[in-house]
Write a protein of this length. Structure first.
Length: 264
């Protein structure tokens, strides 16, 4: 009886281990396969972005198209637009580039077609005794755009369209102190008293940045858009597949020794 009961328990244990190993193998293999699909999606996205960056500029999306814009379909699209800057409502956003630490200068552009688009006029380096963030400007008046279009200097902008950045988790924007770490267009528009703005901003190219002129005596450097995609999907896929093979190998090893009657 004791021997029979022991054999039944041993058989039940082997069946349980086989089921657990099978579930683990299936789970790891499914995760690896999913990462392969993600890899194909990421490579396709990178290819589409490369095509957009080098394509001819098209008119920036009008107000009617704003709700339908998505990062996957529209980010990094080369666009052009015309209007007049609200120079008194610029915002400086902290930036860290290979050139060093500094600020992006975002200025609202009242477009001739209607609506406001934030334009990243370029990068201004910070340094000892150099340029630094300015106090927050007063809220724009209700007629600011009308006055700018009627009396301001017309400006043409070409560059790359970027969907609004989300608020940072580690370093949240501080509108009250005029400290900005992400280009969150909705939050910036609210802080500047602007009406609803486009859900994107435009990184001006070098020519457009130069044509817009200096900010407090310092010329922003345009055309420095950083295009970077994190693509670790192949590494993740190989890791999951390796774990699946390890589980399968361990199961085969246990099953082989069980047939030989070795205790585990």
């Amino acid at each position: 009886m004791t021997t029979g009961a022991s054999r039944q328990r041993s058989r039940a244990l082997r069946v349980s281990l086989a089921l657990v190993a099978g579930l683990m193998f299936a789970g790891f293999f499914a995760l690896g396969t999913w990462q392969i699909f993600r890899l194909q999606w990421k490579l396709s996205l990178i290819e589409r972005v490369e095509q957009r960056v080098h394509a001819a500029a098209v008119p920036a999306p009008a107000v009617a198209l704003w709700p339908s814009l998505t990062a996957e379909a529209d980010d990094y699209r080369r666009v052009q637009l015309r209007g007049a800057y609200l120079h008194g409502a610029s915002t400086q956003v902290l930036a860290s580039l290979e050139r060093g630490t500094g600020y992006w200068v975002l200025t609202p552009l009242c477009t001739a077609a209607g609506g406001i688009v934030l334009v990243n006029r370029g990068f201004i380096p910070a340094g000892s005794g150099g340029w630094k963030p300015q106090p927050a400007p007063p809220a724009a008046s209700a007629n600011a755009c009308r006055d700018a279009l009627a009396n301001g200097t017309p400006a043409g902008v070409s560059g790359l369209m970027r969907l609004s950045e989300v608020a940072g988790r580690l370093r949240a924007n501080e509108p009250g102190r005029n400290y900005w770490y992400t280009r969150d267009v909705r939050a910036i528009a609210q802080a500047r008293g602007l009406p609803p703005v486009a859900p994107y901003f435009v990184d001006a190219d070098a020519g457009s940045a130069l044509a817009a002129g200096p900010v407090d005596g310092v010329q922003p450097i345009g055309g420095l858009t950083v295009i970077s995609f994190v693509n670790n999907h192949l590494v993740y896929a190989l890791t999951w597949f390796a774990l699946a093979l390890m589980v399968a190998g361990a199961a085969v090893w246990v099953a082989r020794d069980a047939r030989k009657g070795r205790p585990h």
